[in-house]
Design a protein around this ligand. Sequence first.
Ligand code: SF4
Length: 499
Amino acid sequence: MTPPEQAGPHPGMPTYLGMPSFPVAAKTAVADSQLRRNLAHATHTIRVKRAGAVGELADWQELRAAAKAIKDHTLAHLDTYLVRLEQNVTKAGGHVHWAQDAAEANAIVAGLVRAAGADRVVKVKSMATQETGLNEALAADGIGALETDLAELIVQLGHDLPSHILVPAIHKNRAEIREIFLREMPDAPPDLTDDPRMLAAAARAHLRQAFLSAQVGVSGANFAIAETGSLVVVESEGNGRMCVTLPQTLISVVGIEKILPTWRDLEVFLALLPRSSTAERMNPYTSIWTGVTPGDGPADFHLVLLDNGRTTALADQIGRQALRCIRCSACLNVCPVYERTGGHAYGSPYPGPIGAIISPQLRGISSPVDASLPFASTLCGACYEVCPVAINIPEALVYLRGKVVDAKREKHFSPERTVFHASGLVLRSPALLAAAQRAAAVGGRLVARSGRIRRLPPPLSGWTDTRDAPAPPPESFRAWWARTRGSQPRGSRPRRSRR
Ligand code: SF4
């Protein structure tokens, strides 16, 4: 293993590209009992802590409504605020680059790293660069990227992918992390135990030299303040602060939806985000930087503003609410589906309920994984209840399911659609319905055993493979009514028009 100061590219790193659909990936995940245990323990712990931290604020719902209103206003005037942000970053001595897609963003970053004469960068955890596959793109260009967030480092050393927004190594327990460190970190102490403090100390020592010698830092940002051109990163470990202050060149890759108009707006989000994510009243480190300051921090600052499907999502009246997301991960921790499958099954850096609505919008619904994501939910609504910016995730899921079904309908013959079409015809005609009920009664008696239908021939066997059904009664309600009362039930007679 290469020491951090010489860290090279990882050409063999896994990527999200071409991942299987959610049901296929989930089947493998739920078969892993260790994974399920790790996830259940971690999500339960975070859930309980978050509920306590949120319960301390009497005006939580008002804060939530304020955050929603601020984000909706900003998204409605995104063009204005983006231009204002660009003007103020430039005025403060920074440079702004606009990236339409992932390839453009990666090319801009690679060009800037080369221009700085560097062949490696230190990174603070950034969802935007995971989305663009920056590490893999830099590796292809001969540039090494070292993740410095502890959980991201564990994932990188394990040649793995993040499985949670906030706790990327949530699927690993302490013993597994110790094994990774001993195997992949040459400077790990040989007597390393799985004590969290020892593991953190080993990672700290491993990263320190890399921080001190790095020429280029790469970050994301939680928020970008248009009125001054300032960027904000909130974090728990202090690695982010090192990344944004120690290197001579700083490159921040930020989604265009991360913008807030003013500092007053930030106040609301700094109350909501720590409690929703780590269940803290305030996160340990909040780093804010504005352009460059001679003699203090990086001498060269570049902001790469990333679209990559966001303007398409913005044009969608229902789907656009996903752009309010502040990546707190509260929706993941309450989701019964996520708790059982973990994040890898979502085939995207955005797992869980938010991933199920944001990935199909950013990437489209043409791949199997993106078309399956809106169905990766029980629609229980727990995600909506905890979301600090009130994203109605169930509403967006149902809406996106409709889009997936419509897209399939245009392309393929659908047995389901044919069945529903035929059912519609039968249900509209009392004579056809009566005939269908008589046929079902006769057919049901032929295949039923002891009053239950346990096995049907294909294609109906798909239903009876996992469940049975009661045999249809020998006589329908209508037939019984007509026989015993001498007339049709009221609802089945044609209605007279009212004057
Ligand atoms: S959708 Fe809401 S709860 Fe989920 S990560 Fe985004 S802000 Fe947090």
